[in-house]
Design a protein around this ligand. Sequence first.
Ligand code: G1P
Length: 295
Amino acid sequence: MTDKRKVRKAVFPVAGLGTRFLPATKSVPKEMLTVVDKPIIQYVVDEALEAGIEHFVFVTGRNKHVIEDYFDIHFELQQTLRERSKKAEMTILAEQLPKAGTVSFTRQQEPLGLGHAVWCAREIVGNEPFALLLPDMIMRGEPGCMRGMIDLYAQSGGNIIAVEECAPDQAHKYGIVGVGETVGDGFRITSMVEKPARGTAPSNFFINGRYILQPEIFSILEDQERGAGNEIQLTDAMLKLLKSQDFAGYVFRGETYDCGAKDGFILANVAFALERDDIRPHVEAQFKALVQGLK
Ligand code: G1P
């Protein structure tokens, strides 16, 4: 029977070194770089919250303490804001703080790949389905990507992978899925390949970094050998699970900003700034002038 148990927990692999953003990421984790005035990780946690996730599991690494601090109370700051009657700022902090006991941290001690990072969360997740959100990607959509996936999961159960279409010459950068018959609002996934060689991708639907997975993935990851890039790949383990469980593809139709890359990060900043009533009137004309000046 296809497993449809409630998805309560979400895993966020945040152990990456962020080498594409050096020197900034020498001392600041890439997940803490700001898009307008919130760190990237906050957007991703908000997406999970909107989807009804109750427990947040961070797989961290060395030099990531500030992520733990960020999700904790800052007594001194709160005290100072209170003394100065900074009510709006106090509300921002109160809204951002997760409920006590709903956040867990574990460490990936070695950078062995995404599959290994997910496996590091096995004891905290336990024997239940879970969401996985790669924090490089910020998604903007109504509903949010994970919300839409949870809705599809309610129909189909099993495992869900969010996908989007890419230009064929970009497929070698991603995990790519093979497309089968329609399932609810999605489609059955027939195959998967991580970073296919040019011209060999089974489709142009790439895995965008959002997953709902059944816990059987952990025992497969336990023995998973290294794959593309000499890393333990989640996609390879999912391909093995596909032999015994169903995977559905959820086509996300909102916007995705790959904040692991400089262009995506800059675009996210511009897009979210233009959505804000307190910022848009001050920057819109300058943005236009900057772009026109380039012509
Ligand atoms: C990872 C996944 C890949 C997915 C991508 C999305 O790759 O392994 O399947 O398409 O995230 O960003 P990475 O970006 O870590 O190389």
